[in-house]
Design a protein around this ligand. Structure first.
Ligand code: SF4
Length: 219
């Protein structure tokens, strides 16, 4: 059985909501946020701990997911697949084809770890957390680096080098909260300073991505 043909009966979902994409190139676009449970990595700054919570996970068929999206917003046709890690979800190729057959435009955010990238996606955001094959960067429509308070010299040089060869590179300061409280920034201030240094050094090839959805209280 190949990766492309495998069809899972049920898919592990921890969030399915109608919201706005808050980050990167498509910030401000209305999307269904479809967050899968489970991730093979364990980043220290991970701001989505619910994807590891069995209590937060529902197991849904593709038909049930489409039915729920139509109930949430019958006019919305854009989906952001995220996680957790979408690539690690068994049967992902089938699910992407299923959504495509039902008329949905699909973007995916991935760390690049856990499996192959499906063909039917309109947009791929690669957010590297580990060294990755060059082919993944070639497939990525945008590359988004999450910057912590103490980035390594290796990561700093890698980002600058990547910006010289990829046309759509972003840096995003790690977040300290899942929502922005009134009068309080969720952004780690040291991480933000590192992002600004990247942007200035890149001569205009790196841009700043912020989690704008958090500022307006959206998931
Ligand atoms: S890859 Fe993303 S979802 Fe997985 S642990 Fe890291 S930040 Fe969290």
């Amino acid at each position: 059985m190949t990766t492309t043909s495998y069809r899972a009966e049920l898919y592990p979902i921890c969030d399915l909501v109608s919201t706005l994409q808050g980050e990167g190139t498509w910030a401000g676009m209305a999307v269904f946020l479809l967050r899968f449970s489970g991730c093979p990595l364990a980043c220290s700054w991970c701001d989505e701990p619910r994807h590891r919570d069995p209590q937060a996970t529902r197991h849904l068929t593709p038909a049930a997911i489409v039915a729920e999206m139509r109930r949430l917003d019958p006019h919305l046709t854009h989906i952001l697949l995220t996680g957790g890690e979408p690539l690690a979800v068994p049967g992902l190729f089938y699910l992407v084809d299923y959504f495509k057959d039902h008329g949905y435009w699909q973007a995916m955010e991935t760390s690049g770890v856990g499996g192959e990238i499906p063909f039917g996606l309109e947009w791929v955001t690669l957010s590297p957390k580990t060294p990755l094959p060059e082919a993944l960067f070639n497939r990525a429509d945008e590359v988004k680096y999450i910057i912590g308070a103490n980035p390594s010299d290796r990561q700093t040089e890698e980002i600058q080098e990547r910006a010289r060869i990829h046309d759509n590179v972003w840096v995003q300061p790690c977040s300290e909260a899942t929502v922005a409280l009134p009068g309080q920034s969720p952004i780690n201030p040291q991480a933000l300073q590192h992002c600004l240094a990247h942007i200035k050094r890149s001569g205009g090839r790196i841009r700043l991505s912020l989690q704008t959805h958090k500022w307006i209280g959206l998931p």
